[in-house]
Design a protein around this ligand. Structure first.
Ligand SMILES: Cc1cc2nc3c(=O)[nH]c(=O)nc-3n(C[C@H](O)[C@H](O)[C@H](O)COP(=O)(O)OP(=O)(O)OC[C@H]3O[C@@H](n4cnc5c(N)ncnc54)[C@H](O)[C@@H]3O)c2cc1C
Length: 503
C-alpha cells in the first residue's frame, strides 16, 4: 500500500516454491518470513474491512489457521471513506456553527472562518493514522493482495495464486451505486468518496438524495459556506425513519437555510454553456430546474459481488441486494459465510463487526450461533440535531400490527437543553401496553448518538418503562430527558391498565 492508499503488491511477495503473493507477519506485525508458505488454510476471509477483520481475528483466537485476501486499499470503508473521515469533517463544521451561534449564549466571537485546506489535511492525517493501525492488525495474518475469484467451492484465485480452504467468509463490502440519471455521468458529479476528499469545497452544490450520507454531508457543506440545495424524492429527509423524526429534521435544515426540495423526482441532468450543472426535476407534475457548480450524488450503495464468481462457489446472490445469508450468516453454500455490507442487511459498521464475530465463531467451530438484529439495528445520523433510533420504529410496529404506547418529550422544555441552547428535537419512547416493556425509542436532538446508549442497555436487559423511570439519573443532564416519556407511559399504564394503542 502506498501513502495514498493505492493497492500494491506486498513486499516479500512471489514467495518461494508456490509463488504466493503475500507477506507473513507475527502477531506483533513483525515480518517473519517471505519464503514458502502453505496455500491451504482452515479459513480464508475475503475482504479486510471491519467485518472481515473481526471475522478473521475471532476465528484465529479459536485456533483456526486464517488467511485474508484484499485488493486494497487496506483499511476498510469506515476508516478510509466512511464513518471516520465524514465525522472528522463534521466536527469542524459543527464547531464553526456553534461559534457562529455563540451569541445566543452571550459569547461574542469575531467572524470565524473555515480553512478548508487545513481541514482536508487534518482529515487525511487522522485517516492515515487510523488506517496504519488497522493495517498493522491485518498484517498479523497472511495477506494476499489482489482481486479474489472463486474457482470452485474450496478454491480461490488471487492473481497467479490459487488458495484452498474448507471454509470462507466473504466480507467484500459495498461501493457507491452507479449513477442512474440521464446526463449525470456526462455532466460530471462527486460521490461520497470524492466529497470526503476535496481540497476545496464546491462553489455551490446540489445534493441528490436525503439518506444519512446526503444529509450529513449536505449539512456539512452548507456549514462550510457552500450554498447547498437538497433534492429528495420522498416527503422528508431520512425516508426510512418515522415521519416525526424525518419531518422534524427536514424543518430544522430549512430553518438553518438549507433548501430541501421534497417530493421531487430527478428527470435528467444537463450542462449550461457557462459550465453550470442543471438538474431537471419534477414536482407535482411541474418541471423545475436547479442550478449549481457541482452535484453530489448520494443515492445509495451496491454490494461488491461482481468479479468474485460466486456461482462457481455455489453462493446465491443478487447485484443489488447482495449475498443471501441465513441467521447464522451462512450463504447457500453452508461452508461459505458472508458478513457486512455485502449482505445488504444493515450497512452499519457495528453490524459488520457483530456479523464478523459470529461468522468467525461459526466458521471456526461449526457452531450455529445466530445474529439478532433486534438491538443491533440501532442506528444514528450525525446531522445537527442528530438522530438515533433503537429497537422498533412506529412504522415497523404499525406494519406488523404490534400494539404500543408512545410518549414524547421536547428538548425545548428540558432545563439542561435550554441552558445549553440545544433545544431542537424530542425524545420518543414506545412500550408494550401489556407490561411496559420498552419496544423502541427515537431521539432527534443534541448528542442523540450518545443519549441513546442507556436505552440500548436497558432494552438489552428487557427493561420496562417502569424500570427505566426508577433508574437514578444525574441532574442537570441531557440524558435525564429520557425519564420523562418513561414516567409518562408508566403513569398511563398504571391509571389505564387496559390501554391498547395510545398515540
Ligand atoms: C460516507 C459514509 C459514512 C458512513 N458513516 C457511518 C457511520 O457513521 N456509522 C456506521 O455505522 N457506518 C457508517 N458507514 C457505513 C460503514 O462504513 C460500512 O457499513 C462498513 O464500513 C462496512 O464494512 P465491511 O467490512 O462490510 O466492508 P468494507 O470495510 O468496505 O471492506 C470490504 C473490503 O473488501 C475488499 N474487497 C472488495 N472486493 C474485493 C475483491 N473482489 N477481492 C478482494 N478484496 C475485495 C475491499 O478492498 C475492502 O477492504 C458510512 C459509509 C459511508 C459511505
Amino acid at each position: 500500500m502506498d501513502r495514498r492508499g493505492s493497492p500494491v503488491r506486498r513486499e516479500g511477495s512471489a514467495c518461494g516454491t508456490v509463488g504466493l503473493a503475500c507477506r507473513v507477519t507475527s502477531a506483533g506485525g513483525r515480518a517473519l518470513r517471505s519464503t514458502a508458505i502453505p496455500n491451504r488454510f482452515d479459513l480464508i476471509v475475503v475482504g479486510a474491512g471491519s467485518g472481515g477483520f473481526a471475522a478473521a481475528r475471532t476465528a484465529r483466537d479459536l485456533g483456526a489457521n486464517v488467511a485474508m485476501v484484499d485488493h486494497g486499499p487496506l483499511g476498510g470503508l469506515c476508516i478510509l471513506r466512511g464513518c471516520m473521515p465524514s465525522k472528522t469533517l463534521l466536527a469542524s463544521a459543527d464547531l464553526l456553527h456553534d461559534i457562529r451561534t455563540a451569541g445566543e449564549l452571550a459569547v461574542d466571537v469575531a467572524a470565524p472562518k473555515l480553512d478548508y485546506r487545513a481541514l482536508a489535511a487534518r482529515k487525511r492525517a487522522l485517516v492515515r493514522g487510523w488506517a496504519d493501525y488497522r493495517i498493522a492488525g491485518i498484517e498479523t495474518f497472511p495477506v494476499f493482495a489482489g482481486e479474489a475469484r472463486f474457482e470452485g467451492r474450496t478454491t480461490l484465485r488471487v492473481g497467479d495464486d490459487v488458495l484452498y480452504a474448507p471454509r470462507f467468509i466473504i466480507a467484500t463490502g459495498s461501493s457507491v451505486a452507479p449513477a442512474v440519471f440521464p446526463g449525470l455521468v456526462e455532466a460530471g458529479f462527486i460521490d461520497s468518496d470524492a466529497a470526503l476528499d476535496l481540497d476545496e469545497p464546491p462553489r455551490s452544490l446540489i445534493v441528490l438524495g436525503g439518506g444519512y450520507v446526503g444529509s450529513e454531508l449536505g449539512q456539512f457543506f452548507h456549514r462550510a459556506g457552500v450554498p447547498t440545495r437538497m433534492i429528495v424524492r420522498s416527503k422528508h429527509l431520512l425516508s426510512g425513519e418515522d415521519h416525526d423524526v424525518g419531518i422534524g429534521l427536514t424543518e430544522y435544515f430549512r430553518e438553518e437555510g438549507i433548501p430541501v426540495e421534497t417530493n421531487t423526482r430527478v428527470l435528467r441532468v444537463s450542462v449550461r454553456p457557462d459550465g453550470m450543472k442543471v438538474v431537471h426535476a419534477s414536482r407535482d407534475g411541474v418541471e423545475e430546474e436547479f442550478v449549481a457548480h457541482e452535484i453530489f450524488y448520494a443515492l445509495g450503495r451496491v454490494p461488491n459481488v461482481c468479479g468474485l464468481d460466486l456461482d462457481a462457489a455455489g453462493v446465491e446472490h443478487h447485484e443489488i441486494t447482495g449475498i443471501l445469508v441465513d441467521e447464522t450468516l451462512r450463504t447457500s453454500n453452508p461452508d461459505i459465510y458472508a458478513v457486512g455490507d455485502v449482505t445488504g442487511e444493515y450497512l452499519l459498521v457495528h453490524v459488520a463487526i457483530q456479523q464478523g464475530e459470529i461468522a468467525g465463531r461459526n466458521a471456526a467451530t461449526g457452531a450455529r450461533e445466530r445474529v439478532d438484529y433486534r438491538l443491533s439495528k440501532t442506528h444514528t445520523v450525525f446531522t445537527d440535531p442528530q438522530v438515533a433510533v433503537v429497537g422498533e420504529t412506529e412504522r415497523e410496529l404499525e406494519a406488523n400490527g404490534v400494539p404500543y404506547v408512545k410518549a414524547s418529550y421536547p428538548f425545548n422544555d428540558h432545563g439542561k437543553a435550554v441552558a445549553l441552547g440545544k433545544t431542537k428535537g424530542f425524545v420518543k419512547m414506545l412500550a408494550s401496553p401489556a407490561d411496559g416493556r420498552i419496544l423502541g425509542a427515537a431521539i432527534l436532538g443534541p448528542q442523540a448518538s450518545d443519549l441513546i446508549e442507556p436505552l440500548i442497555v436497558a432494552m438489552a436487559y428487557g427493561a420496562t418503562v417502569q424500570d427505566y423511570a426508577r433508574i437514578p439519573h444525574l441532574h442537570p443532564t441531557l440524558v435525564e430527558i429520557l425519564t420523562y416519556p418513561a414516567e409518562e407511559i408508566a403513569e398511563r399504564l398504571r391509571t389505564a391498565p387496559t390501554l391498547a394503542v395510545a398515540k
